[in-house]
Design a binder for this molecule. Structure first.
Ligand SMILES: [Zn+2]
Ligand SMILES: [Zn+2]
Ligand SMILES: [Zn+2]
Length: 144
């Protein structure tokens, strides 16, 4: 497969982004799934590319987020995490015990999915919904 057949490369071009090796590598890492901290993304990108600075990773994540190719979430008490799944207004459930994050589909699918009882004159474009609880592992380990 030649480099130009790479679907991730097409994705970048379609969003008006120049194709660079760090951008390709970060998108590949995010495409593996999950909600990844910058440290983890950096480690995995470095397994693919010889050298890339943490600042370069932050720059790439910023560009991808602005282009709608990645989503940044920052649950209270947690460092920022990035994921490939963007643009569908899905929500998250976060474990109070270990910080695990899982996706929760939005019943409505588009923002804002909750209407404020009084918008106070604001034009509301998003309701940020985060569910909190204990993941299956922590439910077991905190019993007794
Ligand atoms: Zn947990
Ligand atoms: Zn998510
Ligand atoms: Zn929703």
């Amino acid at each position: 497969m030649s480099l130009t057949d790479n679907p991730i490369e097409h994705l970048l071009r379609a969003r008006g982004l120049r194709v660079t090796r760090p951008r390709l590598a970060v998108l590949e890492v995010l495409a593996e799934g999950g909600h990844l901290e910058v440290d983890e993304i950096t480690d995995r990108v470095r397994q693919r590319l010889d050298s890339v600075s943490v600042q370069a990773i932050y720059d790439v994540l910023g560009a991808l987020s602005r282009a709608g190719l990645a989503r940044r979430i920052e649950p209270a008490g947690s460092p920022a995490r990035y994921e490939r799944r963007a643009g569908d207004n899905h929500h998250h459930v976060v474990c109070r015990g270990c910080g695990a994050v899982a996706d929760v589909d939005c019943a409505k699918g588009e923002a804002p999915c909750l209407d404020p009882s009084a918008a106070q004159g604001f034009v509301v474009d998003e309701a940020e919904v985060t569910f909190w609880g204990l993941c299956p592992v922590c439910q077991v380990t905190t019993d007794g």
